[in-house]
Design a protein around this ligand. Structure first.
Ligand SMILES: NC(=O)C1=CN([C@@H]2O[C@H](COP(=O)(O)OP(=O)(O)OC[C@H]3O[C@@H](n4cnc5c(N)ncnc54)[C@H](OP(=O)(O)O)[C@@H]3O)[C@@H](O)[C@H]2O)C=CC1
Ligand SMILES: O=C(O)[C@@H]1CCC=N1
Length: 275
């Protein structure tokens, strides 16, 4: 990957994961700049990863080839008003990671004709195990698409979608997804403690089991359903547990949860962007 200067506007959870993953992948830390109202966060990021901190958003953009918009969706419009002139002068490649905010709205807020790739990464990017979905409009050149993809590929898997609306689904699946697995881990750990295991052992066994299952699902040619069946001995313990989960309608719960997250992503689009 080239060492284009990448500026992160917003140095919160997701920016920290992306920066951590990029630096771990060998990206030159001095080619990464972060800007955030909280100086403490910037100092921490500099100390952890050796990146540069900016005095303000505008000066951060003035030095950038790529600008990652990493603030909450609720403040993106206000941020765009602040950086609009600098973006128009500098014309960097913009990469938005904001959930729900459509390209047309960001374009309008920035005065139009900016080069923008919308993406939906996730926090495992920190360990270069992220999953990012990208969408680019027609005006984005192949070289600019490649540049955006190379940054996100450094921190994990990437997939493009042609239909921008599918970013809502990706947000609900892989953007929010780490939280679903953490919730399952919390529940399994608590249940094991309730059944007598010491807390530290319960946590360790839960996490190692999640890691092992994820690695098997990635590395095996079997589907998750087949892998599950291979654990499930007829008349055994897994069969009892899985049947209780199925009776509790776990599939329907996930259907509702992911549909609910998709709907929330669309709500954010309509509430914060063009109605
Ligand atoms: N967290 C996740 O797993 C994922 C998040 N995203 C998206 O990433 C974006 C950021 O989310 P996340 O990192 O969780 O949020 P955070 O709140 O952790 O980070 C946002 C950062 O932006 C800072 N900020 C606020 N206003 C400005 C401003 N005007 N200029 C520069 N920085 C500012 C915030 O400071 P302060 O706290 O002081 O307001 C905060 O440090 C969101 O749009 C979200 O949809 C996408 C995929 C996954
Ligand atoms: O919860 C959120 O809205 C953000 C987007 C995906 C993950 N975190």
């Amino acid at each position: 990957m080239s060492s284009n200067t990448i500026t992160f506007i917003g140095a919160g959870n997701m920016a920290t994961s992306l920066i951590g993953g990029l630096v771990a992948d060998g990206y030159e830390p001095k080619s990464i700049i972060a800007s955030d109202p909280d100086e403490g966060k910037l100092t921490d990021l500099s100390a952890r990863f050796g990146i540069r901190q900016a005095a303000d958003n505008r000066s951060a953009i003035e030095q950038a080839d790529v600008v990652v918009l990493a603030v909450k969706p609720q403040i993106l419009e206000q941020l765009c008003a602040e950086i609009r002139e600098t973006v128009q002068q500098r014309q960097p490649l913009l990469v938005s990671i904001a959930a729900g905010i459509r390209e047309a709205d960001i374009q309008r807020w920035l005065g139009g004709d900016v080069t923008l790739v919308r993406t939906m990464p996730n926090t495992p990017a920190m360990l270069q195990s992220g999953a990012t979905v990208l969408h680019a409009g027609d005006k984005v050149s192949t070289a600019q698409r490649d540049l955006a993809e190379s940054i996100l590929r450094a921190v994990g898997l990437t997939r493009w979608v042609d239909d921008e609306a599918l970013l809502d689904t990706a947000t609900a699946l892989s953007g929010s997804g780490p939280a679903y697995f953490f919730l399952v881990m919390e529940a399994m750990e608590a249940a094991a403690i309730g059944n007598g295991l010491p807390a530290d052992t319960a946590r360790l066994l839960t996490i190692q089991t999640a890691l092992g299952a994820a690695r098997m699902a990635i590395e095996s040619s079997d589907s998750p359903a087949t892998l599950r069946q291979k654990v499930t001995s007829p008349g055994g313990t897994t069969e009892r547990a899985v049947s209780i989960l199925e009776q509790g309608n776990i599939r329907n719960l996930f259907e509702q949860a992911i549909s609910g997250a998709c709907e929330r992503s669309r709500e954010l689009s309509n509430m914060l962007g063009k109605q």
